[in-house]
Each structure stands twice: as C-alpha cells, then as structure tokens.
Design a protein around this ligand. Structure first.
Ligand SMILES: NC(=O)c1ccc[n+]([C@@H]2O[C@H](COP(=O)([O-])OP(=O)(O)OC[C@H]3O[C@@H](n4cnc5c(N)ncnc54)[C@H](O)[C@@H]3O)[C@@H](O)[C@H]2O)c1
Length: 345
C-alpha cells in the first residue's frame, strides 16, 4: 500500500497479531491510514492490502524516525509484546525487556516528533487476585505474575510521561479476548497457544484431551470463571479510545462484559457449537489463577460510549471455530506485491 504523507495515520505496533490486526482493520475502515510495525514473532505472513506493514521491532529507532518524519502519525496503538503468563515467571528478563524497557524508545521518539496520543494494551492481570467481583478500575492493582507486573509498570510509566511531558494516553485493561472476525480471517494464531477457547477447539478437533487446571475453586461448578470479550468489540473500544483522546488527556478502562463463564461452561459450549466430544482431564491448580475475573466495564460504557455487541459466548465460540477450521489456508497476503514488501519505505 502506498502511503500518503498527509493522511491522518495511526501506527499500530503488533498489528500482525490477534487483537492488533482486528483493530487495524477497523481503523482502516474508519478512514485512517494504518501503518503496522510488527516483527512477526510467530513467523506470520501478514501483508493485507488495507495497511502498510513494516516488518521490524517496534523499538527500532531508525524505522521510527523514518515513520514519524515522513507520515502524519497522529496516534500510536501499542499491542506489541510478549503475552504468555506462564513463561513470564520463568523468564522475567526477557519480559521486562520486551514489555517495559523497549517502550522508552517508542515513547521518547513520540516526544521528539510531538506525537502525543498513545493507546496501550493493558490487562486484567494488573489486578492480581481481586477482593471483589466485578472488578472496577478503582480496585487495587496487585499483579501476581511477571506479565501483570510488566503491564502495571507500563501504566505507571505512562502516568509519569503524562504528568511530565503531556503524553495523552488510554490504558485498556482487557479481560479475556476471544472470538474472531471470520469474514476477514483475523483470529488467534498464538504459538504456543495458551488461551482456553483455541485450545479447546483444537482438543475437540484432534480428539485430544483438554486439561482443566483445578475443579475445586469456590465457583458453582468448581472451575475458574472468566469474562470473555469478542475481539471485534475490543477493536471498537480502541477506536472509541482514540476519539476520547481528542478531548481528554488520560483514561484507564476495563474492557469486559460483566458476565462470567466457567471453564466447564466453555467446554459445554464448544461441544454444542462443534458437535464434537471433548475429553476432559483435570489437573492441579496453576499458581496465581483466581476463582473469578469479571469486569465492571461501566466506566467504558458511560465515558467511551462502548457497548459490546458480539460478546455472547455462543457467538464467540462459533466465530473462533469458524476461524480455526480455515486458519491454515489463510495467509493474509493479498497479492505478491504486498508479500514482497518488507521493512522498507
Ligand atoms: N489476548 C488477550 O486475551 C489479551 C488480554 C489482555 C491483554 N492483552 C495484550 O494485548 C496485546 C495484544 O495481544 P494479542 O493476543 O493480540 O497478542 P499477539 O501475540 O497475537 O500479538 C502481538 C503482536 O506483537 C508482535 N510483537 C511482539 N514483540 C514485538 C516487538 N518487539 N516488535 C514488534 N512486534 C512485536 C508479535 O509478532 C505479534 O504479532 C498484548 O500486549 C497483550 O499483552 C491480550
């Protein structure tokens, strides 16, 4: 895609990933010029016709200089980073490097070029083990794993940059992103996959066991309860956050539905939607898994005017299943020419 120097542009780091690609697509459809900066760490091949994709690290100063010099970048949406909670505790050095240290390169380049709008992918992991459900933004943040610590640390950095340098930012604390845009084949391709719905679908499809970590929690069926949010609703929240920054300086918002779904309920939904059976194997609890994580998203509803439209568990699982069945044949490369584009301007 040829870039127009003057058109309002949003830089989407991690835009070849799951949530970033869904959001980038929405922004492109809302009339923004979208530049994706992604190192494609899963070996993806993501060169859609509706965005310019730069294959590079989001902290690459030379690339950022080129981007910010030549294009009318008005905002940065930052999705790039490492996401595997389990691995984060085993390798904190890498997690702090990727999720925290590198962000200074990006924020400082934004300062240099007077780009002052930043939207950050935070997480419900900042709350740790909540004292009450549903969780509001006012509840204490006590992350219980390295991943959550990195997200909370970045939120603190953003607050300090806002006070000192006038950075405008929104931190969106997602609960469990799920589902897919099956029309555009934008869905989860994490490697390794650690999220319940794609793991369940794979287990159902391949006739392999699905592992439940603990069935003795203080919940009605004994399994953990989470708040699943359709990725298309998440994308809309980012667009609304961008508009919010036209008027406001900072904001922190939970993104969830307020409805909890247990692991066993998920299994039942997957069986219903796929028509397949799922063999369940119950294992011991994992460290730091709270009984329930359910959002109170009243603030996002009222202030951003964001109301989830697709986040029914049946729709989420049906869309995730539609994506799962076709994901190996979709390459996201709309033409040879797009595929040949690499990190050049
Ligand atoms: N998926 C969820 O349920 C969830 C929940 C809460 C928060 N989040 C956060 O949302 C963001 C996006 O999550 P996702 O599920 O789309 O993850 P994802 O792994 O699908 O996408 C992240 C993208 O970032 C890219 N990337 C990683 N490091 C990079 C680097 N140094 N330079 C350039 N690109 C890099 C990867 O190649 C990938 O395409 C992450 O920051 C994650 O922590 C996700």
């Amino acid at each position: 895609m040829e870039l127009d120097m003057h058109k309002p542009t949003v830089l989407v780091t991690g835009g070849a990933g799951y949530i970033g690609s869904n959001t980038a697509w929405l922004l492109a459809n809302k009339g923004y010029q979208v530049v994706i900066l992604d190192n494609m760490r899963y070996g993806q091949h993501f060169y859609p016709s509706w965005a310019r994709v730069i294959l590079a690290d989001f902290a690459d100063q030379t690339i950022l200089d080129q981007l910010f010099t030549h294009y009318n970048v008005q905002a940065v949406m930052h999705f790039a980073g490492l996401i595997e909670v389990g691995r984060s505790g085993k390798d904190p050095s890498t997690f702090y490097q990727e999720n925290v240290a590198k962000i200074f390169n990006l924020l400082n380049k934004m300062r240099e070029y007077q780009i002052d709008k930043f939207i950050f992918s935070s997480s419900a992991a900042v709350y740790g083990t909540p004292k009450r459900i549903p969780i509001t933004e006012e509840d204490p943040c006590n992350p219980v794993n390295t991943y959550g610590n990195t997200k909370y640390t970045v939120e603190k950095i953003l607050q300090d940059y806002s006070h000192a340098y006038g950075l405008k930012f929104v931190a969106l604390r997602y609960f469990n992103a799920a589902g897919a845009d099956i029309e555009n084949m934008l869905g989860e391709r994490h490697e390794p996959e650690t999220h319940a719905i794609p793991l369940l679908l794979e287990a159902a499809d391949k006739g392999e066991p699905f592992y439940i970590f603990g069935d003795d929690y203080g919940t009605p069926d004994g399994t953990c309860i989470r708040d699943y949010l359709h990725v298309k609703d998440l994308a809309v929240a980012h667009y609304k956050a961008l508009k919010y920054l036209d008027i406001h300086k900072t904001g922190i918002f939970n993104l969830g539905t307020g409805i909890g779904v247990s692991v066993k309920e998920l299994v039942a939904t997957v069986k219903r939607i796929t028509g397949l059976s799922v063999e369940i194997v119950v294992q011991g609890r994992r460290d730091g898994d709270p009984d329930r994580l359910v959002a109170d998203a009243t603030k996002a509803n009222q202030i951003l005017g964001w109301i989830p439209e697709y986040s029914y568990i049946e729709t989420i699982v049906a869309d995730a299943w539609g994506f799962y069945q076709k994901k190996d044949i979709s390459m996201h490369c709309d033409s040879d020419q797009h595929c040949q584009q690499r990190s050049t301007f």
